[in-house]
Design a protein around this ligand. Structure first.
Ligand SMILES: NC(=O)c1ccc[n+]([C@@H]2O[C@H](COP(=O)([O-])OP(=O)(O)OC[C@H]3O[C@@H](n4cnc5c(N)ncnc54)[C@H](OP(=O)(O)O)[C@@H]3O)[C@@H](O)[C@H]2O)c1
Length: 268
């Protein structure tokens, strides 16, 4: 069955590789990027693949919440149903770490934008769909003030906090929706995979990006992920595992979601 799958940040790295895999398997992939010419190149390459797979593309800078809203509206305007949302777009290093909304770009792109996009697209995804959130082995306790953009952090610290915050809201939303919503699963795609992000952040070549794409393919399509809502898959160990203990603490997760809602002005 052909599935409709939105992958954010599918102009490079794991997202682009995953998009290629899913289009090759005959799925309808909604590509997304912030850079129109990279997005056009990706669309051209993937639409030339043999088979019944389809592609279309959407531009949005996810560091700006107004653009996230616009992206959700555009997708909803084109599609009544989305089978899978893969919140893959992410940032580690940035020349200007503070967004026009006054947020740390890591929290904006890695935590808050996927929360807002997910909330807006829930009606399209329904209870049979899936939301796959790109977490990381790097997870550190979240400073609520940093989440709100009130305290500057070093890139690595902001990144690790943003990924734990994403893992925490994933679990909170999954448990609060139960079977009324999609399966929401946080996935560490594997550490030090050789993408632009890893090369820039750690100055190493990194491992095979297909390892990350393959686990996202499985998370999007395989039956064993359908019943895994609220769980965390660690692709370093290749199994469902415990995330940072804060993500298993309902009170702490609630506080993080409260912080995200405060940033969004209670609109999500
Ligand atoms: N690589 C690893 O070892 C690893 C490990 C753990 C987790 N992850 C996670 O995996 C995901 C993919 O990362 P990657 O390693 O494939 O990195 P990447 O090659 O740098 O790709 C990141 C993607 O996100 C997009 N993006 C960044 N900022 C954006 C913004 N403001 N608005 C819209 N799109 C934006 C990028 O767009 P451009 O093409 O325009 O830059 C690109 O398409 C991230 O969430 C990352 O944190 C990766």
């Amino acid at each position: 069955m052909q599935r409709t799958i939105l992958i954010t940040g599918s102009t490079d790295g794991i997202g682009l590789e995953t998009a290629e895999m899913l289009v090759s398997l005959g799925h309808h992939v909604l590509l997304h990027g912030r850079n129109p010419s990279k997005l056009e190149d990706a669309e051209k390459t993937l639409s030339a693949l043999p088979g019944d797979g389809r592609v279309e593309s959407y531009v949005a800078d996810l560091s700006l919440m107004a653009n996230v809203e616009a992206l959700a509206e555009e997708v909803a305007g084109q599609h009544a149903k989305l089978d899978v949302l893969i919140n893959n777009a992410g940032v580690f290093k940035a020349s200007d770490p503070v967004t026009a909304d006054g947020l740390d770009v890591r929290f904006a792109v890695n935590t808050i934008a996927p929360y807002l996009l997910t909330r807006r697209l829930l009606p399209l995804i329904g209870s049979s769909g899936r939301v796959i959130n790109l977490s990381s082995a790097a997870q550190s306790p979240v400073d609520p003030k940093a989440l709100r953009g009130e305290v500057p952090l070093l890139a690595g610290t902001a990144y690790a906090q943003s990924k734990l915050a994403l893992t925490m809201w994933s679990r909170h939303l999954a448990l609060s929706l139960e079977d009324q919503g999609p399966a929401i699963i946080a996935v560490n795609p594997g550490s030090m995979l050789g993408t632009k992000m890893v090369k820039e952040a750690y100055r190493v070549a990194g491992g095979d990006v297909r390892k990350g794409a393959d686990i996202l393919r499985r998370a999007a399509l395989d039956d064993d992920f359908a019943a895994a809502s609220g769980q965390y898959f660690d692709n370093d160990s290749g199994r469902f595992a415990s995330p940072h203990s804060d993500a298993l603490d309902p009170q702490k997760c609630q506080e993080i979601v409260g912080g995200i809602e405060t940033v969004l002005g209670g609109s999500a």
